[in-house]
Design a protein around this ligand. Structure first.
Ligand SMILES: [Zn+2]
Length: 437
């Protein structure tokens, strides 16, 4: 048991902060008490809350963890040149060990900045899942599938199965439901422009058979959106609706160029649009119409995208940008209030992951997925509104401790489950020579 005493607690994006509160984490990793009276808790580890705040752990709803190795690599190019000249050739040299090492560095950054659950899409995802399993963080993981290797056919096993399909099947078999649901596996289509109808039908059937969500990139760039209309006579959202892909709790990354009709489609199917403001600005993709999407009833979550196009996993940056950039685009400072921006990184992320009954807020019976914020810094003082400070002034480095299911995974530069020095050594002595040697 852990008792946080005399601490400021922000239970959720839409609730007021409670001063001098107590929060008790039970041995089952769930929140056993939250209130202003000290609970009975003999033998509990006590954490003083002086100048500290407990907030719901942040949820990164779209990333590519191993791409951390590409931080600062091949900057400043046009998207196509960047992918073809820098990223794809380097990715082709990555093996399981490489992916695992890069994931460890990513998870260290993720945990140190208060994120308690990630939605990840990458190649060789079983190697990501092994590290997520070991680290203690929550994850909705998927193997990104494309039609490059098998344009005319696609099978999950046997002679016609390519490596990607075998990895996707392995990921599901080994990790779906791991540790009482701490890891969930999604089916995945990388994007419309990297795949075709045969793959979409197979992925849709796989999701239906196993009751999985589907993760995909949707209308990230103007050219992608328009070329899809040219190829199929409809937008990516309409196309994936036609193939039944959106029937499976779809997690649609980006949605920068989606139309009002697309938003109606996404809302109708209970899909999530994942807003990635830093990536969209850095790659000059555009401004996702999240205000319109929310009005249409679409669940809007937040993600960092891969570090290669960000260049960090700090969700506080995404929250701040989501809160400010749409005001300027529409010349309206009332848009995306702080509650909405913070909800995207917590409540809405939990909903996107199908975890709305276990995390995204601090409440009795919910998992103790939390970040302890150090408020003792000039840039977080004074506190007229804790939520405003969290959205506009806080940084990932203000996180002092991170807990998942009540387990402390990070405290002030120390990781309980990750050997970061080892990962750094392996990055330099194995990953760099492997990719660039
Ligand atoms: Zn992405």
């Amino acid at each position: 048991m852990i008792l946080f005493e005399k601490i400021t607690i922000l239970p959720s994006a839409y609730e007021s902060a409670i001063e001098d509160a107590y929060l008790l984490v039970g041995d089952d990793g769930k929140i056993a008490y939250l209130g202003t009276e000290k609970p009975e808790c003999e033998g509990a580890e006590v954490v003083s809350g002086r100048r500290r705040a407990l907030i719901p752990g942040l949820i990164n709803a779209h990333t590519h963890l191993p791409m951390t190795v590409f931080r600062g690599y091949g900057e400043g190019c046009e998207l196509h040149e960047w992918l073809n000249r820098y990223i794809f050739p380097a990715e082709a040299k990555m093996d399981r060990k490489t992916v695992g090492i890069c994931t460890d560095i990513a998870l260290a950054e993720v945990l140190a900045s208060g994120t308690t659950s990630v939605t990840d899409m990458y190649n060789i995802e079983p190697a990501v899942a092994e590290r997520v399993a070991e680290s203690g963080i929550k994850g909705n993981l998927c193997r990104a599938l494309t039609s490059f290797a098998s344009p005319d056919g696609f099978e999950w096993s046997g002679e016609r199965a390519d490596d990607a399909a075998l990895e996707a099947a392995e990921l599901y078999e080994r990790f779906h439901g791991y540790d009482n649901g701490r890891i969930k596996v999604d089916a995945a289509i990388h994007a419309e422009y990297t795949s075709g109808p045969y793959l979409w039908q197979k992925v849709e059937a796989f999701a239906a058979e196993h009751g999985l969500g589907v993760h995909l990139h949707l209308s990230e760039t103007k050219s992608e959106h328009e070329e899809c209309i040219g190829r199929w006579g409809m937008t990516p959202a309409a196309l994936f609706e036609k193939y039944g892909v959106l029937d499976h709790k779809a997690n649609c990354a980006h949605c920068v160029w989606t139309t009002p009709e697309d938003h109606a489609i996404l809302a109708r199917h209970g899909a999530t649009a994942v807003h990635n403001p830093v990536s969209n600005l850095k790659l000059a993709s555009g401004f996702a119409p999240i205000v319109e999407m929310e009005k249409a009833g679409v669940n809007v979550a937040l993600g960092t995208d891969g570090v290669s196009s960000n260049n960090s996993h700090d969700m506080f940056e995404e929250i701040k940008l989501a809160a400010i950039m749409h005001k300027a685009v529409a010349l309206d400072p009332t848009l995306v209030p702080v509650e909405t921006a913070f909800a995207m990184a917590t409540l809405n992320g939990a909903k996107a992951q199908g975890r709305e009954n276990e995390c995204g807020r601090l409440a009795v019976g919910f998992d103790a997925d939390m970040a302890l914020i150090d408020l003792d810094s000039p840039h977080l003082y004074p506190i007229h509104s804790l939520l405003s400070n969290l959205v506009f002034a806080a940084r990932g480095s203000d996180v002092e401790r991170t807990y998942v299911r009540g387990r402390e995974l990070y405290r002030r530069g120390e990781w309980r489950t990750l050997d970061v020095e080892r990962a750094r050594y392996d990055m330099e002595h194995y990953v760099f020579p492997k990719i660039w040697g």
